[in-house]
Design a protein around this ligand. Structure first.
Ligand code: APR
Length: 320
């Protein structure tokens, strides 16, 4: 059987990390695409030269022409401009929307059968625009945010409780931004919900609230430290988990930015919700019950995503 083909649109910090992880995990052959000449070729060659040391077989091709992505099974999009200190995800909107238009056209022409994972920020609006620009089926275009947000939440909780990250599950809903909704009662240590752990004296409500806030600000904290860019290791790992779920038909239950057509009362928008990912892309959107407070927070998050989509339509009326 031929190897899978995975195309990376954008070969910057996340793109390069993705290529390395795909090689190490032997998920398939890799095409690194970028508008910058030499970067995808250089990163591809560098990673290829690590393959004899790390014992993996993969073809790594760098390209500046979309024809190189022809027939890709998975396309992961990081093309665009990352956040700089003091810049919100929303400031990126105008620049990255134009990038999504080019990327959408490239995917439409050369990889219309692919499972497409968008990482470019502001995520929920960019993945929505990318689906429209590419015209691919809605269940085959998803955004990566929830796995990253819940991984941050899980890491902070494991650190607080002094337990393995493996035993902490976390649930984050809504848009990828300051309005994301970490759900404490659906987040657990080995099945014990966080509110119970507070009752058991493992932590205080105040500490838990601080952790939730730190999760919401997770991206900005890294931007503030790096100064010249945004997070790339954890975002890359998170997208790989989604690609693997599709390529191996794992039916994983993962929080992703998925197209909603009435679920959670939301129509024609991409918002972070739990879904099942398998060979059919997004095979099912899981609708959970929210209590009043959670519902209010979710609605506020959806409203901020809707605002971004409106801003996109103002720039590109053909998105309507
Ligand atoms: N087509 C293809 N590639 C592009 C285009 C375009 N129109 N415009 C920019 N790029 C490339 C840049 O040349 C760069 O190599 O996208 C790459 C982006 O890489 P980085 O600047 O290193 O950004 P990265 O840290 O990888 O983040 C990418 O993910 O998390 C989000 O906010 C982040 O939107 C940003 C994206």
């Amino acid at each position: 059987m031929a190897r899978n083909k995975i195309a990376l649109i954008g070969s910057g910090m996340i793109g390069g990390t993705l290529a390395h992880l795909i090689g190490l995990k032997e998920l398939g052959d890799i095409v690194l695409f970028d508008i910058a000449e030499g970067i995808p070729q250089g990163k591809g060659l560098d990673i290829a030269q690590s393959s004899p040391v790390d014992d993996f077989d993969a073809s790594l091709v760098g390209a500046n022409d979309y024809s190189a992505i022809e027939g890709a099974d998975v396309v992961i999009v990081t093309a665009g401009v990352p956040r700089k200190p003091g810049m919100s995800r929303d400031d990126l909107l105008g620049i990255n929307l134009k990038v999504m238009e080019q990327v959408g056209a490239g995917i439409k022409k050369y990889a219309p059968g692919a499972f497409v994972i968008c990482i470019t920020n502001p995520l929920d609006a960019m993945v929505w625009a990318l689906q429209k620009f590419s015209g691919l089926p809605k269940n085959m275009v998803v955004g990566m945010a929830g796995i990253l947000d819940s991984a941050r939440f899980r890491y902070f909780l494991a650190d607080e409780f002094k337990v393995s990250v493996e035993d902490v599950t976390a649930f984050v809903l809504g848009g990828h931004g300051d309005s994301m909704v970490p759900l404490a009662r659906y987040s657990t240590v080995a099945g014990i919900p966080l509110p119970d752990l507070v009752k058991m004296g493992w932590t205080s409500q105040e500490n838990l609230d601080q952790i939730i806030q730190r999760t919401r600000d997770g991206g900005a904290e890294i931007v503030g430290l790096l100064k010249t860019g945004s997070a790339f290791y954890a975002p890359a790992s998170s997208a790989i988990q989604m690609a693997e779920a599709f390529l191996k038909d794992k039916k994983r239950v993962l929080p992703v930015a998925a197209h909603l057509s009435g679920q959670y009362g939301v129509k024609d928008m991409y918002v972070g919700v739990p879904v099942i990912i398998g060979a059919g892309g997004v095979e099912r959107v899981i609708e959970i019950d929210l209590n009043k407070t959670e519902q209010k927070q979710f609605e506020a998050s959806v409203a901020s995503v809707a605002g971004l989509c409106e801003a996109c339509i103002n720039i590109a009326p053909n998105l309507k």
